[in-house]
Design a protein around this ligand. Sequence first.
Ligand code: TMP
Length: 208
Amino acid sequence: MPAHRGLFISLEGIDGSGKSTQSHRLRDWFVSHGRDAIVTREPGGAPGAEDIRRLLVEGDPERWSPETEILLFTAARRDHLERTIRPALEAGRVVITDRFADSTRVYQGATRGDLRGLVDDIHDLVIAVEPDLTLILDMDPDIALTRGLARASGEDRFEDFGLPFQQKLRVGFLALAETAPQRCVVIDASRSPDIIADDIAAIVETRL
Ligand code: TMP
């Protein structure tokens, strides 16, 4: 990574864990501290990647195999990286993304299939970037799933795999955090949004 770059932060976690709310709260915190910060998301974050998003999050759960999903998520990520993330980091901005490669590691690599090797190989070949800091929002999947489905966003393809799937995801995210302690911090996301936001701001201040 070049020396004069911005900061790259990802928020990860199961569906309905509050990543989107906290991404925006964190952006506001950076802006209030005089930093130029943007919020973006995956799949999506650039026009072409948003087109790919619709293929992934809508429709029948069995619409794609896990292998095809890895390719589609990675195609979307590459577009996001080229058109949004890299230019912003090179301009010295803070980039806060609601999901990044850890979602593929956990959803496709450890939960939809046992495909972590394939996920890692493709990541190394075409993405090869990690966030400076990853905040993993952890909470009870039962509550998170109810919250996620209540939104009725029409983007429920992964929520429609059901509760056992979300429980497996939670285990996957916690295991992943243990393998990358230098960049991952697990946050108790069962608390109020204000308390979580304060916690995240304190972590960012000490870590970065
Ligand atoms: P979102 O609802 O958090 O915007 O994400 C869309 C869905 O896509 C969510 O259920 C998680 C899933 N997903 C993966 O399965 N693999 C990935 O690599 C990413 C980025 C998201």
